[in-house]
Design a protein around this ligand. Structure first.
Ligand code: GUN
Length: 313
């Protein structure tokens, strides 16, 4: 072989297969909890209104919860539901001992303040990990009974990274995006793994140069194919959180087929990266699998049991 750099195509990180394995480990843990402790974890999902994408998500969550052997409680409330009525529903679920996890599907209608509703969820049942108590526990590195419930999408990204790379200590990680749901908790998780973390965002100067420093590049901006191949350091591990639906160009009738793309220009990045998650089939399937894992974690803690380590694939 000559000295010229020969770029092998990146390893494609199969999130779909990993998520399937994780759901299998969740189902096995549920079986053990039922047999040894008479405990069936229960997940309550609340959907307000008729947002079509939310309806699809909620249906999938309910189906996968049941497939894992857990109890699923679905609460559908009308679009016109008042904030007080939703808070009353949350209070009812907080008090229900059969419910170990509560998820209020976002976005919520305009008359309801999401932060107020999230703040009303019992932090120990907050399987989304969105409550400030869980955000604070994550930031401060709380462990044992005080360990946080971690937001599902970044938790899934971390599982894929550890599975692929093993020890992350000392690696340069760049997270593009600073949302409370993905970017901020992702940065905290990588910091806890002793990465050197940069959180970049829309105001970051010379974003391509910042990204090129990354051994681990996590894209969570919600902008189709924004991260180009020449922003990726050769050999880097690229995690693409974006799920963007692109309508076919020039087809005003809408008759053509739309397709899903990530926040990373995949065809360019795959030639440079060491490993990369595809869209679809990368991070996406991990989110619900991690929701099921968080429900098992919450159920165990509610009973004073040590939760199983489900993340190691
Ligand atoms: N809407 C889109 N993703 C999510 C999520 O992870 N949790 C909740 N509660 N709502 C969402």
């Amino acid at each position: 072989m000559s000295d010229t750099a020969v770029s092998a195509a990146a390893t494609v990180i199969d999130g779909k297969a990993f998520a399937q394995g994780l759901r299998g480990r969740v189902a096995a843990a549920v079986e053990t909890l039922k047999r040894d402790h008479g405990l069936t974890p229960g997940l309550a999902v609340v959907l307000v209104g008729e947002d079509p994408a939310s309806q699809v998500y909620v249906r999938s969550k309910g189906k996968q919860t049941v497939e894992a052997g857990m109890n699923s409680y679905e609460h559908r409330l009308p679009e016109t539901t008042s904030q007080d009525a939703l808070l009353a529903k949350v209070a009812e679920l907080n008090a229900d001992p059969a419910v170990h996890g509560i998820l209020v599907q976002l976005p919520l209608p305009a008359q309801i303040d999401a932060q107020t509703v999230i703040a009303a969820i019992d932090p120990n049942k907050d399987v989304d990990g969105f409550h400030v108590i869980n955000a604070g526990r994550l930031m401060t590195g709380a462990t044992g009974a005080a360990a946080p419930l971690v937001p599902c999408t970044p938790l899934g990204c971390l599982m894929l990274l550890k599975h692929h790379l093993g020890n992350l200590s000392g690696l340069d990680a760049v997270v593009v995006g600073r949302s409370n749901i993905v970017g901020k908790p992702m940065g905290q998780l990588l910091l806890a793994e002793s990465c050197t973390v940069t959180t970049a965002h829309s105001r970051t100067r010379d974003l391509p140069a910042v990204c090129r420093r990354a051994d681990i590049l996590v894209a969570a901006v919600g902008r189709p194919e924004m991260i180009r191949g020449d922003w990726v350091k050769p050999g880097a591990t690229v995690i693409d959180v974006g799920i963007n639906r692109i309508d076919p160009a020039g087809d005003a009738s809408g008759g053509g087929k739309s397709r899903l793309v990530g926040d990373v220009a995949y065809d360019e990045a795959v030639a440079v990266a060491g490993a990369i998650t595809p869209v679809p089939g990368g991070v996406g399937p991990m989110t619900i699998a991690c929701l099921l894992a968080n429900t098992v974690t919450a159920a165990c803690r509610a009973q004073g049991l040590t939760p199983p380590d489900l993340g190691a694939g």
